[in-house]
Design a protein around this ligand. Sequence first.
Ligand code: SAM
Length: 290
Amino acid sequence: MSKNNKNYRNKWKKESNFSAQHLLISKRLIHDMITLARIRPTDTVLDIGAGTGALTYPLAEKAAHVLAIETDSAFVDRLFSKMKDRSNIRVKQSDFLEVSLPRSPFTVVANIPYSITTPIMGKLLDHPGVPLQRAVLLVEKGAAKRFTAVPIIDSRILSWRMQYEIRLVRTVSPHHFAPPPQVDSAILFIQRREDPLVLTQDHPKFTSLAAYGLRDPRLPLFAALSDVFTPPQIAKLVRELRVNREYPIGRLNEEQWGTVFHTMLQHVPRHCWPQWGKSPKGRSRKEDNH
Ligand SMILES: C[S@@+](CC[C@H](N)C(=O)[O-])C[C@H]1O[C@@H](n2cnc3c(N)ncnc32)[C@H](O)[C@@H]1O
C-alpha cells in the first residue's frame, strides 16, 4: 500500500468505527440513482444509512421530505451541521431495522449497509401493507443477482416479486466509493406493481403456498403440489401454465405462480391450503374432481 493510501486509510479509520462505511464519491452515480427514482416534489424519501449525506442533500432538492437514518453518531453530527438551510431533511440517529416506517407512500434511495441487506429488504418488502412505492438501492452485486434471479427458487424473494418488480440496473465498480469495497456493487431498482399478482389481503396465504411449493425447487410440479391439488386439477393447471406435469416447480415465473395461487383459492377446499410451517393435510383421492 502506498504511503498516501495508508494515511488515507488511517484517517478514515479514525473518522468511522464501522468497517462497512463505503461512502459514495461519484457525483455521476448519485445523479443516476436520483434520476432513476423519478422523485416528485411531493414525495417522501428515505435515505437508509445516510453517512455524511452524499445522497441526502441532492434528494432534498427534489423531494418534499427526506428522512435520513444513520447509526453512527459522528456522521449524524456531520449531517446536522450541513443541513442548516434545509428544513425538509429530518435526521434520525437510529438502527433502520428499529425505525417505524412512514404510513403514507414513500420512496427509498440509499447506499445501504451491505451487512444487513436482506433484513432491510425484508423490512421494506415482506409486508405489502408497507406503502413503499419505489426504491433505488446500491447493494452488493451478488445480492442483486439473488433478488433478480431466474428461475426463482427462494420463496421469500418470490413473494416480494409478486408485489414488486425488481431489476438489476447495472454493475457499479468499487472505485465509486471511499474506501472501495472488496466486491462489485449494483444498482437495484424496485417498483411496486400497478397490478400486484397477489392481493395484499391474500399475501400470507401466498407466502405459505410458495414456501410449501418451493420446499424442493427441483420437484416436478405434480409431485410438489400433490397434497394441494387433485390429479385432475393438476392436469388442468399444467395446461393453463403451458408446461407438462414433470416441469420443475422452481422454474415457474411470477405470472405462473399467480395462476397456481388463484386456482388454489378458487378450486381447493380451504383445509387443503398449505399453512405456514405445516404440510397440507393432503387430498383424498375421493375428493371432488373440479
Ligand atoms: C455504505 S455506507 C453509505 C453512506 C452514504 N449513504 C453514502 O452513500 O455515502 C452505509 C451507512 O449505513 C450506516 N449504517 C450501518 N448500519 C446501519 C443501520 N442498522 N441503520 C442505519 N444506518 C446504518 C453506516 O454507518 C454507513 O454510514
